[in-house]
Write a protein that binds this ligand. Structure first.
Ligand code: ZN
Ligand code: ZN
Length: 108
């Protein structure tokens, strides 16, 4: 790991870094770093931490998740249905196990 003194700010290449953000592991200058909950984080991470999704949006996400599950089940059921239909179309001789016997006898 390189020392803090030789590091430059992630946003300002000419400025010396004074701290390292524990969230994104990048080095930042005095201007870019800020204190939050007794620890120093960069402005980008602070915005990410403090941003809380509104209740309406989380409800929407829940609905979306439920819809995706439902869609997945429908697709699975549809393919299962197609597979069943395919099985029904098979000739009866296949199920009776005589199909291979006929070929075997003809080869003799
Ligand atoms: Zn950060
Ligand atoms: Zn900076």
């Amino acid at each position: 790991m390189q020392s803090l003194a030789s590091q430059r700010c992630y946003n300002h290449a000419v400025r010396e870094a004074v701290a390292r953000c524990p969230e994104c592991k990048q080095f930042f200058c005095r201007e870019c770093i800020t204190e939050h909950d007794d620890r120093v984080v960069c402005a980008a991470c602070l915005a990410r931490i403090t941003r809380k999704p509104p209740g309406q949006r989380s409800a929407f996400v829940k609905i979306l998740w439920f819809a995706q599950c439902l869609l997945g089940l429908l697709i699975a059921w549809y393919f299962f249905f197609l597979y069943g239909e395919h099985l029904l179309k098979l000739p009866n001789s296949f199920h009776e196990g005589t199909l291979w016997q006929v070929n075997w006898i003809n080869q003799q």
